[in-house]
Structure formats: C-alpha cells, structure tokens
Design a protein around this ligand. Structure first.
Ligand SMILES: Cc1cc2nc3c(=O)[nH]c(=O)nc-3n(C[C@H](O)[C@H](O)[C@H](O)COP(=O)(O)OP(=O)(O)OC[C@H]3O[C@@H](n4cnc5c(N)ncnc54)[C@H](O)[C@@H]3O)c2cc1C
Length: 435
C-alpha cells in the first residue's frame, strides 16, 4: 500500500454517544458567522483562489471529492491525510481485514485512478498543524501552506487511551487504523491469550474474530452488560450468551487497576487484586473526536466541532463532517455526534453540495451495523430515552428484532439477521418524524 501511495504521489500533480446540546447552539453558529463573513469575504476577494482543502483522508473525504466533482466544482481540491494510505474503509478492520479475509486493495474506498481523474492534489502522510482563518490557509507538518477558499475538516476520532499504570507496555494495543491492525496481527502470531478491555462493538467484533482463530479470549467490561452504550439489555444478553457459547470469557462489573510485566509475562491486575495473564491486550474503550485543530482556530467545539444543518461551522468557509462533527438532528430534535460510516458519507455530500451553492439540509436517520460470528446487527435510529420495547422473531434462532418506542412512537430498532425489518423501520421512523 505504501508503494501504491508513493506511486500515486509521483504520478499525480502532487504539490506534493450521543451528546445532547440544546438547539440554541445553532443560533450561536449563525451569530458568530455574521461577524466572520465580512472579514472572510474580503480575503476571498484578495486571494481569488478556488480550492477546497479536505483535512483527513477519511470516509468523508472520498465522498466529498466525488460529490464536489459531480456537483460541478471546477476549482482545485487538495486532500491532506496523516495516515500512509488513501481513504480506506475502517469497519472491516475489526472484521474481514482482521481475519485476513479482505486484502489491502479491497479496503480502499476509491481506486487511485479516481483521485487522478478528479484532479486531487494529494498530501498523504502529511498532517495539518494549524488553520489560519484570517488568511485562509492551512499549514502542514513540513511547513508548507495551502490556501483554501473552502475547508472541510474530516479528522474523525482517535482511540481513547486507557490511562492506568503499565498502560504503555508494548503488548497493549489500540485499534483505529490499518497500521494498528497490522501491528496487532503481528503481535498475535506468537500469542495464545488475548485480553480485550471494553465490551463495545470493536471489542466484541475482535473477540468474535479472534475466537474463530483459536485464541483464548477474555473480555473485561466495567459495566454490568456488554454493548451497554449502544443497545438494550435484551440485545446485550443475546450477545453475552453468544460469546459465552463460542468460548469467550466475559467478565462484567470488572474494574482494571493496572497492567504489569512480571518475569517477562504480562498481567492485568483487577481492582479485587486478581491477576489475569495475557500475551496481548486490545483496549476498546471508546474514542475522542479530533477537534483540536478547529478549537485552536477559534471554532466552537463541544463533543465535536459544532456545525449547522448544512455542516457549516461558524466560519462560512469551514465545514466539519463525520465522526468529528456535532450536528443538529432533525429527527430526534437535539445535537448529536455520531460514529458511523453512513453519517460520514451523508455529511460529506451535504458539505460538498453546500460548497457548490446547493444548500440541502442534512436529514439522515442515524444507523449502524456490527458483524459478530454469523450475526449481523443493524440498528436504525437512536434508542436513548425509549420507554417501551417489543421483541419479535426467533431469539434462540438468532433472527429477531427489537422495536423501541417513546410515548408510543417508534424511535429505533435493532434487527438481528433481519434486514427486511431494518429497512422497514428506517422508512417508518423517517415517516413518523416528518409528520
Ligand atoms: C475497527 C473499527 C470498526 C468499525 N466498524 C464500523 C461499522 O461496522 N459500522 C460503522 O458505521 N462504523 C464503524 N466504525 C466507525 C467508522 O469507521 C467511522 O464512523 C468512520 O471511519 C468515520 O469516518 P470519518 O470520515 O469521520 O473519519 P475517519 O475515518 O476517522 O478518518 C479521519 C482521518 O483524518 C486523519 N486526521 C486527523 N487529524 C488530522 C490532521 N490534523 N491532518 C491530517 N489528517 C488528520 C486521521 O488520521 C484519519 O485518517 C468502525 C471503526 C473502527 C475503528
């Protein structure tokens, strides 16, 4: 992959959980924009450049480039990404790519020719260090400045670090990037005992994949059930049973105190003093949005970069999309930050269209999926705040759905191996929201 990227670098004309904030924030965005507009407009006149700079070679970036060109953007486009790859799909990292069922080439969201055809100036392996909003340029880690007329921040998130004693031992891993998985796979070659900290989507997907590979897997979870942040007790209990049957040991209500290396062996030391030996540990305890660039540039950030319904920040020339954006949701009537590919893609489309002068309100129903063993979970909507639920189908046969209601209205659904139910619910929730 590095080789492919280097090749492209030579060929192309390379210049090288939902946090509720009140909807009042939307007004703040607009108020701040007014004072900025006047100043920024002067700069546009001064520079007269038409260049969209996208920060983060992400899911959102690939979609933004595609939509910009389809919507008639004739200016230049620059993409800056601090990983060593062109935009690639992250979901398979804990699934097919981890298991070796999907190669590097298949991870790519678009092939290299796409960027060539779209005339994208690629700055891959480069990091944006700062944004100068007055002069409208970004500065890269090699000191280079790139002027922009419009900026899209698609910096995503990074893994939350487990800050305990021994947390920096080299057998403790995190999983966010392709490089992380390659490193984990290397470490697992000589491992028998895998410890996973955190029973969220990523922890459990890795547990399922690793068990199939014959590893001895233990999952530590501080809460009293798995997937507690994303689903209901009935679905959590289904997953707990499924993992137990596959031989995964799940320890709930378990607090990890520290990691220790004793005589060349690694141990997780629990709050009750118990020591669990492991060869390799993967920590999956959530993510942190990469908002520092925006924050340093004076943009409003609050669990994500605060944007309006067109994904615009307070600065009319700067957009923030994907996992790093805190945006208004018109179905649930609150602000949210989502960690999902469909959201990143839909927001990127919204931003690109807005840049091309076609303001279209972002109105997407949040949805997610997770693959563990032979079970596909598809979630339509956000279930937070549900007051009633109904289970339908065959729970033992792993083909069922759970509908979540609030005041008698369907607000979300978990579909397990039930794609038709998922599609129906998506439509219904959208329909009810528009009534
Ligand atoms: C293992 C795993 C499994 C997942 N499974 C699913 C799933 O099944 N379904 C689902 O919907 N979602 C899943 N997700 C979440 C999904 O991958 C994210 O929602 C999605 O990647 C968000 O895309 P994005 O465009 O916001 O940014 P990202 O894909 O996070 O990309 C942001 C990029 O910006 C780069 N960057 C950050 N700062 C800078 C800077 N200053 N300069 C240059 N570059 C910078 C980052 O290094 C990164 O490459 C999974 C994630 C992981 C890690």
């Amino acid at each position: 992959m590095v080789l492919i990227n280097l090749l492209i670098v030579n060929i192309l004309t390379i210049i090288v959980n939902d946090e509720s904030l009140s909807m009042g924030f939307l007004n703040k965005v607009t108020e701040r924009r007014d004072s900025w507009s006047e100043h920024a407009m002067k700069n546009t006149v001064k520079k007269r450049i038409e260049n969209v700079v996208i920060i983060g070679a992400s899911h959102a970036a690939a979609e933004a480039i595609s939509t910009l060109r389809k919507s008639g953007w004739e200016g230049s486009i620059a993409l800056v990404g601090d990983e060593k790859n062109l935009p690639y799909q992250r979901p398979p990292l804990s699934k097919a790519y981890y298991k070796g069922e999907l190669g590097v080439e298949k991870l790519a969201i678009k092939n290299p020719q796409f960027y060539l055809k779209a005339k994208v100036d690629l700055f891959i392996g480069r990091r944006v260090e700062s944004i100068n909003r007055q002069e409208k340029y970004v500065t890269l880690d090699d000191g280079k400045n790139i002027d922009y007329s419009h900026l899209i921040i698609a910096t995503g998130t990074r893994a939350r670090y487990l800050s305990v004693e021994g947390g920096d031992l080299h057998s403790i891993k995190y999983l966010r990037t392709m490089a992380d998985v390659d490193d984990i796979k290397k470490a697992l070659k000589s491992s028998a005992k895998l410890l996973i900290v955190g029973a969220g989507y990523i922890g459990l997907e890795v547990a399922a994949s690793a068990t199939k590979q014959g590893l001895n897997v233990t999952v530590l979870e501080a809460m009293d059930r798995v997937l507690a942040r994303v689903t209901s007790p009935v679905v959590s209990s289904f997953y707990q049973n499924m993992h137990a049957q596959a031989g995964v040991e799940i320890r709930l209500n378990t607090a990890l105190e520290k990691f220790a290396e004793i005589d060349g062996k690694y141990f997780a030391v629990l709050a009750n003093g118990e020591k669990l030996e492991f060869d390799c540990a993967i920590v999956g305890i959530g993510v942190i949005p990469n908002t520092e660039l925006a924050d340093d540039a004076g943009l409003l950030c609050d669990n994500g970069i605060v944007v309006d319904e067109f994904t615009r920040t307070a600065d009319p020339f700067i957009y923030a999309v994907g996992d790093c954006s805190n945006h208004p949701n018109f179905i649930y009537h609150r602000r949210i930050r989502l960690e999902s590919v469909p959201n990143a893609v839909a927001q990127a489309k919204t931003a690109a269209k807005a840049i091309c002068g076609k303001d279209v309100v972002y109105k997407q129903l949040p949805w997610f999926w997770s693959d563990q063993y032979d079970v596909k979970l598809q979630t339509a909507g956000l279930l937070a705040g549900y007051d009633d639920y109904k289970v339908e189908g065959d729970v033992k046969g792993a083909k069922f759905s759970v509908r979540y209601f609030k005041h008698g209205k369907l607000i979300a659904l978990d579909a397990l191996n039930s794609p038709a139910e998922f599609i129906k619910a998506k439509k219904l929730i959208m329909l009810e929201a528009s009534e």
